[in-house]
Design a binder for this molecule. Sequence first.
Ligand SMILES: C[S@@+](CC[C@H](N)C(=O)[O-])C[C@H]1O[C@@H](n2cnc3c(N)ncnc32)[C@H](O)[C@@H]1O
Length: 227
Amino acid sequence: MKPPRSEAAKRTLGLWRDFPRSARLHTNIRWWTAPFEALEVEVPRSGNILEVGCGHGVFTTFLAVSSVERRVVGIDIDAEKIALAKQSVLGLRDGEANLSFDHRASGDVPLIDGGWDAIVFADVLYLLPLEARTALLAECVDALSTNGVLVVKEVDTAPKFKAQIAQFQEFLATKVLRITDGDALDFPSAAELEGLLVSDGLETRVARLDKGYFHPHCVVVGRKTQT
Ligand SMILES: C[S@@+](CC[C@H](N)C(=O)[O-])C[C@H]1O[C@@H](n2cnc3c(N)ncnc32)[C@H](O)[C@@H]1O
């Protein structure tokens, strides 16, 4: 568990200060339990960045507030979360961030001229069955620019005690409280995700981001070196 430390992190969470308690609680818990400051470092400081499955848009907004050189778009299948994300960024000043949100169906990845410089997932792919996960990643690789990166953050399946905490929490969120939309609950290991990116032709590396957290956070970064 880690509090927001940087000015950009505090600014991002501050945007939720006047929201109803449920949204404030959700966004704060998300921040304290996910390694967003370490993940931000994996994303290029400039260029066109897409976050797929952005939810309330906390990480999307943090990316954009951290560097105005980033043009960031967040998409999600949950219309209510996208509406909240849009509302939250009304509190930003002109020029403070380059950012937008869009409600999209699953698998509807927007394409841009030249491709995205980065496409980011933060705790989304465990909500898709293997076949859909594989297809979505392949679609995202196609949508990247040459030299673009796919940044995939998930919770690993090891160590087991940390994985069980994360999996129980996600079971509550999807099946009991129903605060997260998704078709499946199928946690891929970091090795499995890396294998998918390698088979899509990316050059990959894996890093653990779970020091100081209860969850086995990890990130797989894949670079598209050829088209
Ligand atoms: C655990 S939340 C993570 C939200 C955000 N990435 C974050 O880190 O705070 C998972 C999100 O993935 C979204 N989602 C699930 N399946 C999706 C899909 N096929 N395409 C896009 N988003 C999806 C859900 O609606 C939910 O907002």
